[in-house]
Design a protein around this ligand. Structure first.
Ligand SMILES: [Fe+2]
Ligand SMILES: [Fe+2]
Length: 268
């Protein structure tokens, strides 16, 4: 396996920059939204089940690690404009997610402003750390995670469906952002495949074998929170295989043969 970073090649950096400009132009044109004016806050439902509010809180907690996501992912790519500007813009978009989820929790009466401040303090007492040490693996992980995150929001929307127009709108807007993130990072993985197919496929296999959502290890009661998400049928292994893994390998043009483990010993 070659050991160069995809960021080393000027052609690869140019492709990433073009992908970022396409992403940014589309976001400016079609996807910007406003927390105060684009949510029907007057229609918030104060009697939706506490279990749904608790899942909203789980998602809000994961979004609250934003300072670590930006602070730890930006320095290694500062000289790669497409990657660095994407992280800045991505950070802006992600920053709205915890804000809008927090606003819904407070306006729906499920949490007080004081509880949310305490929650943020508790969450930020732990640091998120990058899970993968190479740009290839880190980007592949982010691609999986963004698509999985979009499905978490979309499926929570289905569970809560129609009972709280404010929450429906929040989840629509946030899941549309997450879909755009997943799409950008998939474009990046396609560029990495062009840059070095073999190294990218090896990194892909490694990430698939070790994948886990951030809530699991980050949050003090992460196990319980992941279990609640599973029991509401918002996300589980089956959703991961059928709606994350399979569509991604299809769209990246990877085959079963590409993803077979390398034979270390001849069988006969
Ligand atoms: Fe987000
Ligand atoms: Fe995202």
């Amino acid at each position: 396996m070659s050991s160069h970073d995809p960021e080393d090649s000027p052609e690869t950096r140019a492709k990433i920059y073009d992908a970022y400009r396409a992403y940014f132009d589309m976001a400016e044109k079609k996807r910007r939204w406003n927390i105060r004016t684009d949510i029907p806050w007057d229609k918030v439902n104060t009697s939706i089940e506490p279990v749904i509010a608790d899942v909203v809180q789980t998602f809000c907690m994961v979004e609250l690690y934003l300072p670590d996501y930006v602070a730890k992912q930006l320095p290694p790519v500062r000289a790669n404009r497409g990657r660095a500007w994407m992280l800045a813009n991505w950070g802006y978009e992600e920053s709205k997610h915890s804000l809008v989820l927090e606003d819904w929790l407070i306006k729906s009466g499920h949490r007080t402003k004081k509880q949310m401040a305490q929650l943020a303090d508790d969450v930020l007492a732990t640091e998120w750390n990058v899970l993968y040490g190479t740009p290839r693996a880190a980007v592949i992980y982010t691609m999986f995670q963004e698509l999985a995150t979009q499905l978490h929001y979309r499926n929570l929307r289905k569970v809560a469906d129609g009972r709280d127009p404010a929450l429906d709108r929040v989840l629509d807007l946030v899941s549309t952002d997450e879909a755009a993130h997943a799409h950008f990072f998939r474009m990046l993985v396609s560029i990495y495949l062009e840059d070095d197919r073999e190294a990218t496929i090896e990194a892909f296999k490694h990430v698939v074998n070790t994948f886990r959502m951030p809530a699991d290890s980050l949050l003090a009661d992460g196990r319980r929170r992941v279990e609640a998400v599973r029991s509401l049928k918002i996300f589980d292994e089956q959703v991961f295989i059928e709606e994350v893994y399979r569509p991604l390998i299809h769209r990246l043009g990877l085959t079963r043969a590409d993803l077979k483990p390398k034979k270390v010993f001849a069988t006969k």
